[in-house]
Design a protein around this ligand. Structure first.
Ligand code: H79
Length: 680
C-alpha cells in the first residue's frame, strides 16, 4: 500500500513540473542580482565560419551567416569540420583577457545558426569532437572561467541550418529535401543538447537564445524551453529570444508576449533604456560577429567605453563581441581594445558595477550612474566633455552635497558650491582621462532632480471630456497646471493625479515645493473633436470578409486593382486562409461596432506592412517591408457601425497581424469577434 502511495506521489510531482515563469519579484531580484551588478560581458562568436574568415568566391563581407548568405551547400560546408584545428586556442588566455578588461561574464556560441557544436555532444556528430582538434572547447573554457571567477554562459541558436529535422529549409536549398523532417523531434534534440550543456559544465550564468524568429518557433515551445532550462539550473538567467515576441533588433518584448528575463537590443542602445525590464545591448567591435579578416572597421576604445557608460546610465548591460580566428586567437585589434578598456575599468569600474540608471533626463557633458548609500546617494558623473573653465555644472539638483572627488584621486576633495538649482564642482584644468573622467558626487538623501512632471498624452483628442493623468515620482512636491499656455505659478491650480478637460487646451505643468518652482514646465496639447457619424446598415452578421492575393511586393499594393485568389468570410481577421507562406496579401472588409461616442486609438502589429482604414480615412499607416512593427492612429467615432478595412502583405520572413483598439474609457484590447460585422 505504501509503495502505491509513493508511486502516486511520484506521478503527481513529475506531472506538476514547476512553472518558473511564476516567481516573486524578490526571488527574481535575487536570481538576477549578479548579472545586474556585472554590467559588462564578453560575447564570443566562434565556429566553423572562422575558417573562411568572411570570404567565399568573389565576396569578402560574410561572417557567421556565411553558409546561408553565400548559399553554401551542406556537404560543402561540412568539409570545414575536417579543417577545424585551432591549435593556438588557450582557454585561460581568453578568460584572463576578459577578466583584465573588467568583464564579469562570457557568452560563447555553443551552437550558432549553422548548427555546429563547439562542445562534445552525444546527440550529434556535427561537433568539435569530429574535428582534428578533438577537444571539448566549452569544457576547457568553463574550467578556466571557474578558476578565474568568471561566469560561463551559452549562446545557443534555435534556428539550425544543419539538423535534418529543423524546419524550414533555406529558400535556396532546393536540393535539400525536407521529407521526413519532424520539428517536434528537432525540439527534443534541442532539449537533449541543452541538458548536456547544463549538466556537464558546472554552473552556467546565462542562456542566450537566438534565431527564434522563424515560423516554426512559438510561445508554447518558448515557455516549455524556459522551464526546462530552469529545471536543470534554477538560478540561470534566460534572454527574451527564448520566446516568440521580440521587437526585432530593438530587442524589447512585445506587449503581452513572453519575454524571458531580459531584453536584447542588438547593435543599438535604446534612447531611454527599456522601461521596466532588464536589458543588455550586444554589439560587435567591428562590423561582424564571426571572424572576418577583411573587416577593419573597428570601433575606437573611446567609442566602446563611452557606450559602456551610456548603457550603464540607462540601466542596461553591455555584451561586447569578439570573433576569434580559426587558429583560436582573438584578433589583435580586439586584444588592444580589451587592454585599453581594462586600464580604464581598473580606475573607474566602481562607476559601472552595481550601479543604477541616471536620475537626470539629459546632461550636456556626459552621463551619470547612481548607487544608493543607505539613506544617501552617490552619483558618478561620467564627464566626456571636460569643462574649459574648471567648473562642472550639475544642473537641477536640490540635494545637499556631502562630498565630491575624482575617482582617479579619491583622497583629494573637490570644492562644490550651490548656484540656484545647480551644483558647481571646481575641477582641475586638465581632464584626468581623455575618454571619460569620473567624478563622485555624494549627496544627502535620495536624489531630488528638477525633472518636470509627465503629462499622459497617449490620447490627445476627445469628444466631450477627457481625464489626463499628470504624475511625478518626486517626493514632497505638488504639481500645478494651467490650460492657456502660460507658465504655472504658485497661484495655479493643483493636480490631483489627473485633470479633466472639456475644451481644447494647451496644458502646462510644473512641480512646486514650499511655494517655489522646483522643475521646468512640461506642455501638451489636447484637441476637442467631433465624432464621425456611423452608418445605417442592414442584414449584418458577425464576422468579416476576407480577400486573399498573391504577389511579390515591397509595400502594400492597390488591392482594388488586383483579383483575389480566394475570398470568403471569417469570424475575425486572420492569416489562416493563406495558401502560400510567403508573397501574399489580405484585405479584411466589414463593419466595426463602436460602443460610444469617443476618440479611438487603433494599433496594428504587423510583419510585413499593414494599413487600417475607417471609412475612407487612413487611421493606421504601418506600410513597408519590416519585421513586427506596431503603429498607432486616432479617430473620433460616433456610436454605431463604421466601415473598417485592414490591408496586409507579407514578402518573406515572419508573418503576423494583430489589431488593437483603445479609448479613454476602453482598455487597449485586441479587436474581438463581437465587434466585427459584414453585410450578408
Ligand atoms: O549571433 C549574431 C547574429 O548572427 C544574429 N544575432 C547576433 C547576436 C543575427 N541573426 N540575424 N541577425 C543577426 C540579423 C537578421 C535579421 C533578420 Fe529578421 C532575420 C531579418 C529578417 C530575418 C529578425 C527577425 C529581424 C526581423 C525578423
Amino acid at each position: 500500500m505504501k509503495k502505491v502511495l509513493f508511486f502516486l506521489l511520484f506521478i503527481v510531482i513529475t506531472l506538476h513540473a514547476q512553472d518558473f515563469t511564476k516567481e516573486t519579484k524578490q526571488q527574481r531580484d535575487t536570481r538576477i542580482k549578479w548579472w545586474r551588478d556585472a554590467r559588462f560581458g564578453l560575447f564570443i562568436h566562434w565556429g566553423l565560419y572562422a575558417i573562411p574568415a568572411g570570404e567565399w568566391k568573389d565576396k569578402t563581407d560574410y561572417g557567421e551567416w556565411i553558409r546561408t548568405s553565400a548559399q553554401i551547400p551542406l556537404e560543402e560546408y561540412d568539409k570545414f569540420v575536417n579543417q577545424f584545428n585551432p591549435v593556438k586556442f588557450n582557454a585561460e588566455d581568453w578568460v584572463k583577457m576578459a577578466k583584465d578588461a573588467g568583464m564579469k561574464y562570457i557568452v560563447i556560441t555553443s551552437k550558432h545558426h549553422d548548427g555546429f557544436n563547439l562542445f562534445d555532444s552525444k546527440e550529434t556528430n556535427f561537433d568539435v569532437m569530429s574535428t582534428p582538434f578533438h577537444r571539448d572547447i566549452l569544457k576547457e573554457l568553463s574550467d578556466a572561467c571557474r578558476k578565474y571567477g568568471m561566469k560561463m554562459c551559452w549562446y545557443h541558436s534555435i534556428m539550425d541550418w544543419h539538423h535534418p529535422d529543423y524546419l524550414p529549409r533555406r529558400e535556396w536549398e532546393k536540393t535539400r529535401s525536407s521529407e521526413g523532417a519532424d520539428y517536434n523531434r528537432y525540439f527534443q534534440y534541442l532539449k537533449a543538447e541543452l541538458k548536456e550543456l547544463l549538466t556537464n559544465y558546472g554552473e552556467i550564468g546565462v542562456l542566450w537564445f537566438d534565431g527564434e524568429w522563424e515560423n516554426t518557433w512559438n510561445t508554447k515551445y518558448g515557455i516549455e524551453l524556459y522551464n526546462y532550462v530552469r529545471s536543470l539550473q534554477p538560478n540561470i538567467i534566460i534572454n527574451n529570444r527564448v520566446g516568440a515576441g521580440r521587437n526585432d533588433m530593438e530587442g524589447s518584448t512585445k506587449e503581452g508576449e513572453f519575454g524571458g528575463d531580459f531584453g536584447t537590443p542588438e547593435q543599438q542602445i535604446p534612447a531611454t533604456g527599456l522601461p521596466g525590464v532588464d536589458w543588455e545591448t550586444c554589439m560587435t567591435m567591428n562590423d561582424h560577429w564571426g571572424y572576418n579578416k577583411n573587416d577593419k572597421n573597428w570601433k575606437s576604445t573611446k567609442e566602446i567605453l563611452q557606450m559602456l557608460a551610456d548603457i550603464a546610465s540607462k540601466g542596461g548591460n553591455y555584451l561586447l563581441n569578439i570573433g576569434p580566428t580559426s587558429e583560436g586567437v582573438f584578433p589583435q585589434e580586439s586584444i588592444d581594445r580589451l587592454k585599453a578598456i581594462g586600464e580604464w575599468m581598473k580606475v573607474n569600474g566602481e562607476s559601472i558595477y552595481g550601479t543604477q540608471a541616471s536620475p537626470f533626463l539629459k546632461l550636456d557633458w556626459g552621463r551619470c550612474t547612481k548607487k544608493s548609500l543607505g539613506k544617501n546617494t552617490r552619483l558618478y558623473l561620467h564627464v566626456f566633455n571636460w569643462p574649459n573653465d574648471g567648473k562642472l555644472i550639475v544642473p537641477g539638483i536640490f540635494n545637499k552635497v556631502k562630498k565630491s572627488y575624482l575617482l582617479s584621486n579619491p583622497k583629494k576633495k573637490l570644492l562644490t558650491e550651490r548656484k540656484e538649482d545647480a551644483v558647481v564642482i571646481s575641477v582641475p584644468a586638465q581632464a584626468p582621462d581623455i575618454i571619460n573622467s569620473v567624478i563622485v558626487l555624494d549627496v544627502t538623501g535620495k536624489e531630488d532632480i528638477n525633472n518636470p512632471p509627465v503629462i499622459d498624452n497617449s490620447l490627445d483628442q476627445f469628444i466631450d471630456k477627457i481625464n489626463v493623468p499628470i504624475k511625478t515620482d518626486r517626493k514632497n512636491v505638488v504639481i500645478r497646471y494651467t490650460l492657456d499656455g502660460s507658465t504655472p505659478t504658485i497661484k495655479s491650480q493643483i493636480v490631483k493625479s489627473s485633470i479633466q478637460l472639456t475644451d481644447c487646451a494647451l496644458v502646462s505643468a510644473r512641480c512646486f515645493r514650499n511655494g517655489v518652482p522646483v522643475s521646468g514646465t512640461v506642455q501638451a496639447t489636447f484637441t476637442k473633436v467631433f465624432p464621425i457619424k456611423s452608418e445605417k446598415v442592414e442584414n449584418l452578421s458577425n464576422g468579416i470578409k476576407y480577400f486573399y492575393y498573391e504577389g511579390n511586393w515591397d509595400s502594400l499594393p492597390d488591392f482594388s486593382s488586383l483579383t483575389p485568389k480566394k475570398e470568403g468570410t471569417l469570424s475575425n481577421y486572420s492569416l489562416s486562409q493563406k495558401v502560400e507562406n510567403e508573397y501574399f496579401g489580405f484585405e479584411f472588409v466589414g463593419y466595426i461596432k463602436i460602443p460610444e461616442d469617443e476618440v479611438y486609438a487603433f494599433y496594428t502589429d504587423s510583419d510585413d506592412g499593414s494599413k487600417l482604414f475607417i471609412g475612407d480615412q487612413l487611421v493606421v499607416d504601418n506600410n513597408g517591408l519590416h519585421g513586427v512593427v506596431q503603429k498607432k492612429g486616432l479617430i473620433p467615432l460616433a456610436t454605431g457601425y463604421h466601415p473598417i478595412r485592414i490591408s496586409y502583405f507579407n514578402k518573406t520572413g515572419g508573418l503576423e497581424l494583430k489589431v488593437f483598439i483603445e479609448s479613454n474609457s476602453m482598455k487597449k484590447q485586441l479587436i474581438t469577434d463581437e465587434m466585427l460585422f459584414y453585410v450578408k
